[in-house]
Design a protein around this ligand. Structure first.
Ligand code: 13P
Ligand code: SF4
Length: 317
């Protein structure tokens, strides 16, 4: 029997990674030790771009399932591993294909733009995929008279609507993490730290977005803290991102925005946190669990994702 205490996960993962030509792609919501062992850490857009273009034989995704599925769709010839298949996403699950098909039938003639946080059966029903890094630019790249459906996040959808003024019908889905932030607790923190800047992800609810100094994707929030001259930030997204903020500017102070229930720890994404160093080690060693998607689904789902990649490239994103 393996004595887990004796395994040095960092050196074992590094050894297996080299031996099998594996690239580890990690999202900013992963724990610090996982971000540090990864070959590339990024937001959903950057991770998709990296998944589409790398020299590895195997991609190990330290993130959630829709991200690993997107990697498989973009690099179908590669083996794509996800250390825990239960790493789902409450937002993706808030849009079920039967309901979404009905919604599309009820609102015909609209361009269907869906957030990358969707399961593959929703991607095949979409015209263009977007992420929080490129959603506004993708919508603005379309003719102004084009009518749009946006799914599944109602907060990001309403944020885009307010920024672009376009004719957009928004699906009523949400992320359990980003809707947990307490406006009152954030404002209380702001009283305590009056110089702090409030920075939040667009998946947060309107009252939280309204008090924010800056709204953006995980990568933009990180970038903001790098360039901005404040010394304290109240961070309204999953706190995993703070690892990179601290690495970039260790002397600044980053306070995670508190959830409504201060005892629940629910501003952490429980799905993202299912991935552990031990599971990554076992996953590289055994080359499973592996993401499997039927070839015809890959072909259908790749179209809206490739459209996103092409528009993003044109826009220099
Ligand atoms: P980003 O694309 O900003 O990294 O967001 C992904 C996500 O899951 C937010 O909850
Ligand atoms: Fe999904 Fe929310 Fe977790 Fe992001 S934070 S992966 S939207 S459940």
């Amino acid at each position: 029997m393996i004595n887990r205490d004796k395994i040095d996960y960092v050196s074992e993962i590094k050894r297996l990674k080299k031996k099998k030509n594996v690239i580890i792609l990690a999202h900013y919501y992963q724990t610090g030790d996982i971000q540090d062992i990864a070959d590339f850490v990024g937001d959903s857009l950057a991770l998709s771009q990296k998944a589409a273009s790398n020299d590895a034989d195997i991609i190990l995704f330290a993130g959630v399932r829709f991200m690993a599925e997107t990697a498989k769709i973009l690099s179908p010839e590669k083996k794509v591993l996800l250390p825990d298949m239960n790493a789902g996403c409450s937002l993706a699950d808030s849009c079920k294909p039967e309901d979404f098909k009905k919604f599309l039938e009820e609102n015909p003639g609209r361009t269907v733009i869906t957030y990358v946080n969707t399961n593959v059966d929703i991607k095949v029903l979409s015209d263009i995929i977007c992420t929080s890094s490129n959603a506004i630019q993708i919508i603005e790249s379309l003719p102004s008279e084009e009518k749009i459906i946006f799914a599944p996040d109602r907060n990001l959808g309403n944020y885009i609507l307010s920024k672009t003024g376009r004719d957009i019908i928004v699906w009523n889905g949400s992320c359990h993490v980003h809707e947990e932030f307490s406006l009152e607790a954030i404002l209380k923190l702001k009283e305590e730290f009056p110089d702090a800047k409030i920075i939040v992800h667009p998946e947060c609810e309107l009252p939280v977005r309204m008090v924010a100094d800056f709204i953006g994707s995980t990568a933009s929030l990180l970038q903001f803290t790098k360039k901005d001259n404040a010394s304290t930030y109240i961070v309204g997204t999953e706190p995993g991102i703070i690892h990179q903020m601290k690495k970039a500017n260790p002397l600044k102070n980053y306070i995670p925005a508190p959830p409504r229930d201060s005892t629940c720890g629910c501003s952490e994404c429980s799905f993202m946190k299912l991935i552990t160093m031990e599971k990554i080690y076992r996953c590289i060693r055994d080359e499973r669990p592996e993401i499997m998607i039927d070839a015809d689904i890959i072909i259908k789902a790749s179209k809206p994702i490739i459209r996103m990649m092409e528009i993003s490239e044109k826009l220099g994103l």
